[in-house]
Design a protein around this ligand. Structure first.
Ligand code: ZN
Length: 350
């Protein structure tokens, strides 16, 4: 009887200790997945990239509002991703929805490197000047400005700066090349943009066969320059939709040329998520699914993605801030998870 008991117990113990090791490995950041988190910052941006080696790149820090977004980012970074610090922070540009959380976050956890496009061009008195001052204070002695083509050195990932301070990578990279003259002839242009938006730091991340493109709030005419007459960036698996789905961006030439299989829109309930932009993304050739951080309440329900692909359904005041997560395996297979309903859907790189 004693022997029988022991032989039954042994495999159970082995199983428990194996799962403990796997769990510990994931918490310690030695898992071999690349993880990307879109923290819900109510129509701002806060995209956290954790490399298979456990290094981190945070792209923007949301709004300053009562430190809400800094706390949301800190929670995901520490409790979900198991990070103790942020290795690199890109502040894509100095608008309130991208730089707002930096002061509070830098007090909650160490940030080693601060990357930006150069000094703000919108330093008018009021909140913008306050946020600029807070950024300068938080980043003191740790600021640098990447140049086009520079790499952000996260081990195992190839992250190329594709846009900075209004300039675009000459390219083509990632298999890009001449684009269809039909697509590029006489595009509709908008007013030239010399604002902070057009100066956004943008990058292409490659991990084996997988690509992720984040050009922050790059605006319409520059989007067209990026793909016409030459598609400088090639095709990507995963696209963070430019500018939260606001119609200062979203040129169909761009959306159609990058050919994303999956698009993530970091809109708020009433910021971004414009109906015409949603339509353009959903119709883009090759797109399988659009995921949204919020149900857009500024457009018709049916122009949004299906409800199960939307992380937050409520107005900002009632919102608890569910995040979206992508996990990418070394072989290029990846999945997106909606943490509101725990829906996970699998995709494969081309
Ligand atoms: Zn923005």
């Amino acid at each position: 009887m004693k022997r029988l008991l022991r032989s039954r117990v042994a495999p159970i113990v082995a199983l428990v200790s194996l799962s403990a090791i796997v769990f510990a490995a994931q918490r310690g950041g030695t898992t071999r997945m690349l993880d990307i988190y879109w923290v819900d910052v109510e129509g701002g941006a806060a995209t956290l990239i954790v490399s298979p080696s456990g290094q981190s790149l945070l792209v923007d820090t949301g709004w300053r509002k009562d430190d809400r977004d800094a706390r949301r980012i800190h929670e995901v970074a520490t409790k979900v991703a198991g990070l103790k610090k942020i290795d690199y922070l890109i502040t894509t540009h100095f608008h309130a929805d991208h730089v707002g959380g930096v002061g509070a976050l830098s007090k909650l956890m160490p940030i080693d490197h601060f990357l930006d496009h150069g000094d703000t061009v919108e330093n008018r008195p009021g909140p913008a000047a306050d946020e600029w001052a807070i950024y300068l204070e938080a980043s003191k002695g740790k600021r640098s400005q990447p140049k086009l083509g520079d790499k952000i050195p996260l081990k195992g990932l190839d992250i190329t700066i594709a846009a900075v301070n209004g300039e675009l990578i000459p390219g083509p990279i990632n298999g890009g090349g001449p684009n269809s003259p039909e697509l590029c002839t006489d595009p509709l242009l908008k007013k030239p943009d010399n604002s902070e938006n057009g100066r956004s730091v943008g990058f292409l991340l490659q991990y084996g066969k997988f690509q992720f493109l984040d050009l922050a709030d790059l605006t319409w005419n520059k989007e067209i320059d990026m793909v016409c007459p030459v598609n400088r960036l090639g095709k990507v698996d995963l696209l963070q939709v430019n500018h939260h789905g606001m119609d200062l961006s979203g040129a169909p030439q761009f959306v159609n040329s990058v050919g994303a299989r999956v698009a993530i829109m970091n809109n708020g309930p009433r910021k971004g998520g414009i109906g015409s932009y949603l339509d353009i993304v959903k119709k883009a050739p090759g797109l399988e699914d659009l995921w949204q951080l919020h149900l857009s309440l500024v457009t018709e329900r049916e122009r949004n993605a299906p409800e199960e692909y939307i992380a937050n359904m409520d107005e900002e005041a009632a919102c608890t801030g569910h995040y979206l997560k992508a996990s990418i395996a070394p072989d290029g297979r990846y999945s997106i998870t909606n943490t509101r309903n725990n829906l996970t859907k699998a995709y494969a790189s081309r």
